[in-house]
Ligand binder design. Structure first.
Ligand code: G6P
Length: 607
């Protein structure tokens, strides 16, 4: 969750460290800090709050230097405060850390008994002391870190500096992401490539257990056993613009408007001659799809909602049983796996701790293959999976996921159609599904034209405390995603229900102060949905309906927003977009921090 940057260079790089942190702020933003190292010691600044607060402190203090580490925090152990902010220092050593050290308590006792003092409530401070102790015992910084990580249980990505070796940054990773960047006369470390795009496009994706020594003119990687290894250098195709906000007021708004392109990119090269190309899922895909007799989908948050939509598609199009489950639940039950079951994870980041743990567990459970839908190449989930389909949403910075979700739907639709074809799906239905996908970018452009109308509609929600979202079929998870967006960024309590459940409880909440939002595609459940909505009206509920233009809704609603006509594959994507816009505009009216809502982080790499 926290973000890490480390640089060894010949020039003053404090601004690059802070700039890197700003790109990583989506990972956590309750406090931030920088430590610069020189032969005469470590100079450190830390600030509670955002990276911009740290930036102000840097200007005030004039901190500079050519080698250093930096961190933006999402609190796990210890409240957000300056004292708990990283980097942590022990004598001549300074450390930043992302993850959780599970055995920090016994290590703390051991170090206390030797006279070490702890000033913070963090688990990280034990790492600083362990490295300090090892280096004081005569080890180089590299050896001291290699020695230290052997004592750590849990997940970590760390970067360490020492004034005894003032040109070196040592990084290590296990269970949390860390990449190395290669420059000319300077080398880098960071939690992800976006932090370094203004500096380089050449990266090494470190493997589990790797330790890396970063010097201004060399970069050496050592594997978990301590042997020096050559890891492949990869070129990123992103440029720094991909993480700029441009003319948009917020990243979320930019990312909502990027959806036509993101969807087009995700489809690019995946369909030819009216057919989904089977090999896009991996070399053995043809055979694996033919053998697939059931699908288990596992994910968290917004990705889980994409998995819920896919469940309907997979069962409708392929006739294959499918279950979708939250990763944090799956990993602690005893799943029963029948022969021929495919395990499918969905993750924007590819690093979500619960999803990754579920995937690792699944490998021992007799699934016939692991398939990942993911947005980050080289992420842990991608590396652990046999079949992979990358979404090509590009970097998503806003904490509330938007383009990652719609591109996941596209990837999952490609999969459901192809699995359907392998299972004898009717040719015309298959061809229609493919056509809907090909037409989708244009349809999203049409839908985005509703922006002004929805901005105005948002005013009716700005003073509300609660909202109820309703849908049926694939639009039940769409309603769930709409409710999640609203609660994440506007802090309005929002719930989603399958409309058929209304009279089993939630109807008791409906009165004239409760806005009820319904998503109404033109599908076989439309008449049933209309009856459910009549129940809302009969109780005085204020109904806001997002309706496919081909539906004769006949509703007595406070407001009807007409959406472009869309078929069974395109409709969940089209209906999601106005709900994203609604959440966005309501949050702006309420003056919340849209891109960095309170208490949340984008990449949840701790359990
Ligand atoms: C966090 C993010 C969500 C995201 C979820 C799963 O909660 O704030 O936007 O949907 O993690 O993340 P993943 O990267 O696995 O899709």
């Amino acid at each position: 969750m926290c973000g890490i940057v480390g640089i060894s260079a010949q020039r003053n790089i404090v601004h690059h460290l802070i700039q890197g942190l700003a790109s990583l702020e989506y990972r956590g933003y309750d406090s931030a800090g920088v430590a610069m190292v020189a032969a005469d010691g470590i100079a450190r600044i830390r600030a509670k709050g955002k990276v911009r607060d740290l930036q102000a402190l840097q200007v005030e203090t004039g901190l500079d230097g050519h080698c250093g580490i930096a961190h933006t925090r999402w609190a796990t152990h210890g409240v957000p405060s300056e004292i708990n902010a990283h980097p942590h220092v022990s004598g001549h050593v300074s450390v930043v850390h992302n993850g959780i050290i599970e055995n920090h308590a016994p290590l703390r006792e051991e170090l206390r008994a030797e006279g070490y003092e702890f000033v913070s409530q963090t688990d990280t401070e034990v790492i600083a002391h362990l490295v300090e102790r090892a280096q004081r015992g005569g080890l180089s910084l590299l050896q001291a870190v290699q020695d230290t990580v052997k004592r750590l249980h849990g997940a970590y990505a760390i970067a360490v500096v020492s004034s005894r070796e003032p040109d070196v940054v040592i990084g290590a990773r296990y269970g949390a992401p860390l990449i190395a960047g290669l420059g000319e006369g300077e080398q880098y470390l960071a939690s992800d490539v976006h932090a370094l795009l203004p500096l380089t496009r050449r990266f090494i994706y470190l493997e589990e257990g790797d330790v890396v020594e970063v010097r201004r003119d060399s970069l050496r990687v050592f594997d978990v056993g301590g042997a020096e290894v050559q890891r492949e250098v990869k070129e990123s195709h992103f440029n720094a613009d991909a993480v700029e906000r441009g003319e948009f007021a917020h990243y979320m708004l930019k990312e909502i408007h990027e959806q036509p392109q993101a969807v087009a990119d995700t489809l690019e090269g995946r369909i030819a001659g009216g057919k989904v190309l089977t090999q896009i899922f991996g070399v053995d895909a043809e055979q694996l799809l033919a053998q697939t007799r059931a699908v288990h989908i596992i994910a968290c948050g917004t990705s889980y909602h994409a998995g819920l939509v896919a469940r309907y598609w997979i069962e409708q199009l392929a006739g294959v049983p499918c279950t979708t489950e939250i990763a944090s639940e799956y990993r602690y039950r005893d799943p029963v796996v029948q022969d021929g079951t495919l395990f499918l994870t969905i993750s924007q980041s590819g690093e979500t701790a619960d999803t990754l743990a579920a995937l690792k567990l699944a490998k021992e459970k007799g699934y016939h293959a692991q398939f990942a839908v993911c947005n980050v190449p080289e992420s842990s989930i991608v590396r652990e999976s046999k079949l992979v389909l990358m979404t090509r949403a590009g970097p998503e910075i806003g904490v509330a996921s938007t383009k990652a979700f719609t591109t996941q739907l596209v990837a999952l639709a490609l999969f459901a159609l192809e699995l359907g074809r392998a299972k004898g799906l009717d040719g015309e239905r298959y061809a229609d599904g493919v056509r809907q996908l090909e037409h989708l970018p244009a349809l999203i452009v049409e839908t985005l034209k509703l922006d002004d109308e929805i901005r105005e509609l948002a005013e009716a929600f700005a003073s509300k405390q609660d909202a109820l979202f309703l849908g049926r079929g694939t639009h039940w998870p769409v309603a769930m995603e709409g409710a999640l967006k609203l609660k994440e960024i506007s802090y309005i309590h929002a719930e989603a229900y399958a409309a058929g459940e209304l009279k089993h409880g939630p109807l008791a909440l409906v009165d004239d102060s409760m806005p009820v939002i319904a998503v109404m595609p033109n599908d076989r459940l439309i008449d049933k949905l209309k009856s459910n909505l009549e129940e809302v009206r009969a109780r005085g509920g204020k109904l806001y309906a997002f309706v496919d233009e081909t539906v004769a809704h006949g509703l007595d609603a406070a407001r009807v927003v007409v959406l472009p006509a869309a078929g069974e594959i395109a409709a969940p994507v089209v209906s999601t977009i106005p709900l994203q816009l609604l959440a966005y505009h309501v949050a702006v009216l309420r003056g919340t921090d849209v891109d960095q809502p309170r208490n949340l982080a984008k990449s949840v790499t701790v359990e």
